[in-house]
Design a protein around this ligand. Structure first.
Ligand SMILES: Nc1ncnc2c1ncn2[C@@H]1O[C@H](COP(=O)(O)OP(=O)(O)OP(=O)(O)O)[C@@H](O)[C@H]1O
Ligand SMILES: Nc1nc2c(c(=O)[nH]1)N=C(CO)CN2
Length: 162
């Protein structure tokens, strides 16, 4: 199935952590956005994040397989889970998997934070200008409803290193 993944890091070698996802998922990766430097939301007193979005496709993987793949890459980055919304070496969120809807707390789909997060919407639009968030509509329209301060907190840093 086709999944949209949101990648984030604000500890250690942030670029290397983002790269580890794209390298780890290998041929399943269809598209990767540029890298953005973003001001933290949630807990604001923490280092800035690097964020990117990637699209992956693998007919052999369903939504649970994508969740496990993301969690395994987080473990490889030695992520220590402490504070909700706190600093992390690597965060892999499953934003969507095809049109799947899920209210299982272990795998909420689409990821419920998405409509409010310019740090996901902006990189996603870069690689898919016509993206639709199931149940919410065009990603472009969601971004247009965000305050300008949110949009400005997401700054294009560099092309994704490959
Ligand atoms: N769509 C999803 N993608 C990734 N993890 C999810 C998803 N839906 C639910 N989860 C669950 O969320 C937990 C991970 O939470 P985590 O600590 O990464 O949250 P967070 O990144 O701090 O906050 P947020 O989920 O709001 O981005 C895992 O136990 C996972 O099962
Ligand atoms: N800008 C930004 N802020 C965050 C992020 C993130 O990826 N980007 N992830 C968080 C943990 O879920 C908390 N805050």
């Amino acid at each position: 199935m086709r999944a949209v993944l949101s990648l984030g890091s604000n500890l250690g070698d942030r670029l290397a952590h983002l790269r580890s996802v794209v390298d780890g998922l290998g041929p399943a990766v269809v598209a990767v956005s540029s890298v953005y430097e973003t001001e933290p939301w949630g807990v604001e007193d923490q280092p800035d994040f690097l964020n990117a979005v990637c699209i992956v496709d693998d007919p052999a993987r369903d939504e649970w397989a994508w969740l496990r793949a993301g969690q395994s890459l987080e473990r490889d980055a030695h992520r220590v889970r402490e504070l909700r919304w706190g600093p992390r070496t690597l965060d892999v969120d499953i934003v969507t998997v095809d049109d799947v809807r899920s209210d299982d707390p272990e795998l909420l789909l689409p990821h419920p934070g998405t409509p409010e997060r310019a740090s996901v919407l902006i990189p996603w639009l870069e690689i898919d200008p016509n993206a639709i968030l199931p149940g919410h509509g065009p990603v472009r329209d969601l971004l247009a409803t965000r305050p300008e301060s949110d949009r400005k907190s997401v700054r294009l840093l560099q092309p994704f290193p490959r």
